[in-house]
Design a protein around this ligand. Structure first.
Ligand code: NAP
Length: 86
């Protein structure tokens, strides 16, 4: 998988392993990462850490309406990391 220059989305990106995925994607040269979280504000620290490259979005993987909205809001994604869970 070619990470450099890719556009990715990570679910459950606000903390834990999902947050680590965002950091690794940044380190490996991803152009942009959408940081999905049930509460987008909880991923705001990643937007601040990686200005212009990380965008927090609302995404609850148990709520089809937020999945559909994310698909519309993030049309350029080529890498999906479906990490959210317990
Ligand atoms: N840690 C391990 O040793 C381990 C081992 C094997 C597999 N995993 C898997 O790896 C993933 C992450 O584990 P973790 O240790 O980082 O867990 P964690 O620290 O408990 O974090 C869980 C993450 O998933 C999010 N989340 C939970 N339900 C969600 C939903 N319906 N929609 C969107 N986001 C949701 C949480 O968001 P909130 O902040 O909103 O709760 C949080 O960001 C999980 O799928 C887990 O099953 C972990």
């Amino acid at each position: 998988m070619d990470i450099k220059g890719c556009v990715a989305i990570v679910s459950g990106a606000n903390r834990g392993i999902g947050e680590a995925f965002v950091r690794v994607l940044m380190q490996e040269g991803a152009a942009r990462v959408y940081a999905g979280a049930r509460d987008a504000a909880s991923a705001a620290h990643l937007e601040q850490e990686f200005p212009d490259r990380v965008q927090a979005i609302r995404l609850d993987v148990s709520d089809p309406s937020t999945i559909a909205a994310a698909a519309v809001a993030c049309p350029d994604v080529s890498v999906v990391v479906n990490n959210a869970g317990a």
